[in-house]
Design a protein around this ligand. Structure first.
Ligand SMILES: C[S@@+](CC[C@H](N)C(=O)[O-])C[C@H]1O[C@@H](n2cnc3c(N)ncnc32)[C@H](O)[C@@H]1O
Length: 278
């Protein structure tokens, strides 16, 4: 079978399974089994696929029809211009989280703490773009920490600049930082019921929801940040689109200042930023 025919066949299978963006997904899957970059596919569309490639593609299409995220099937996700390894143990880094990286890069920082680091996407993007900075990523998932460490290695962020630590939020953290970033789990218990089945089945629930009203991680960050944030240091957290007022109130009640809500490209509240008084 030639690539073009395999793309068509897979596309139909994905569309029948109700997968949106089927054509785009097929390009990623075909490029993955061929071991090439997706942008090179048009030049190779007349190539004949080997038996092994066809079998691998069929398996990948089957996984996608069941809702498995493309990033998990192909094992990587491009985030802030770099490839990050993604497995079932980490959240597939979302494009909207790039807004957090962009906002953090406008701030002066040298030591950064990333709470709930997952694949390390936020921390490693910041360190890759700020060669003089150092950072600590913490997570309660040991398997996620393994993925983050591998990503640090591949991105050549040296050991002396990045460390990853098992910690329930601040519990095992020592030292202080001039920037704290977090994209904590924030989906409410109720919202989990209406979440996309693929996300629910394949992404770690620990990364998606803390249960209840989704605000517990912000309560902990607000309550416990004190010893870890230097005077004039900043906190930036990603939030759910309807959480800005609650998160601002929590941060304000614990003495954080200069509260700022950032919107994403769709105009939805996406980040809360604050700083600590001198
Ligand atoms: C929404 S994911 C964010 C992952 C990554 N920072 C990103 O933006 O792609 C939240 C992360 O918080 C971690 N997490 C959940 N509860 C935690 C806790 N009590 N302490 C530390 N990390 C926690 C999860 O394991 C998950 O990796």
């Amino acid at each position: 079978m030639i690539v073009r025919a395999a793309l068509m066949k897979g596309r139909v299978a994905l569309e029948l399974a109700g997968i949106s963006g089927a054509a785009r997904d097929m390009r990623y899957l075909a490029a993955y089994v061929m071991g090439i970059a997706a942008q090179d596919l048009p030049l190779r569309s007349q190539e004949v696929l080997s038996h092994t490639q066809i079998t691998a593609l069929e398996r990948a299409v089957d996984a996608r029809t069941l809702g498995q995220p493309i990033a998990q099937i192909i094992g990587k996700r491009q985030f802030w211009g770099r490839d990050f390894k993604v497995t079932r143990d980490v959240l597939d880094p979302r494009p909207e989280t790039e807004g957090l990286v962009a906002a953090a890069l406008t701030l002066p920082f040298h030591d950064v703490l990333d709470l709930g680091t997952g694949s390390g996407a936020i921390l490693l993007s910041l360190l890759a773009d700020c060669p003089s900075a150092r950072g600590l990523g913490v997570d309660i998932s040991l398997k996620a920490l393994d993925v983050a460490r591998e990503n640090a290695k591949v991105l050549q962020i040296e050991l002396k600049r990045s460390a990853f630590l098992y910690s329930n939020w601040f519990e095992n953290v020592t030292g202080d930082f001039d920037l704290i970033v977090a994209n904590p789990p924030y989906i409410t218990q109720e919202e989990m019921l209406s979440l996309d089945l693929g996300v629910l089945t394949y992404e770690p629930h620990l990364a998606l929801s803390p249960g209840g009203d989704g605000l517990d991680p912000y309560r902990i960050i607000a309550r416990d940040h004190g010893p870890f944030l230097r005077p004039l240091g900043r906190i930036i957290v990603e939030i759910g689109p309807f959480q800005a007022a609650n998160v601002c109130a929590l941060f304000k009640s614990q003495g954080l200042n200069g509260l700022k809500v950032h919107q994403d490209f769709d105009g939805r509240d996406r980040l809360v930023e604050a700083y600590k008084h001198a």
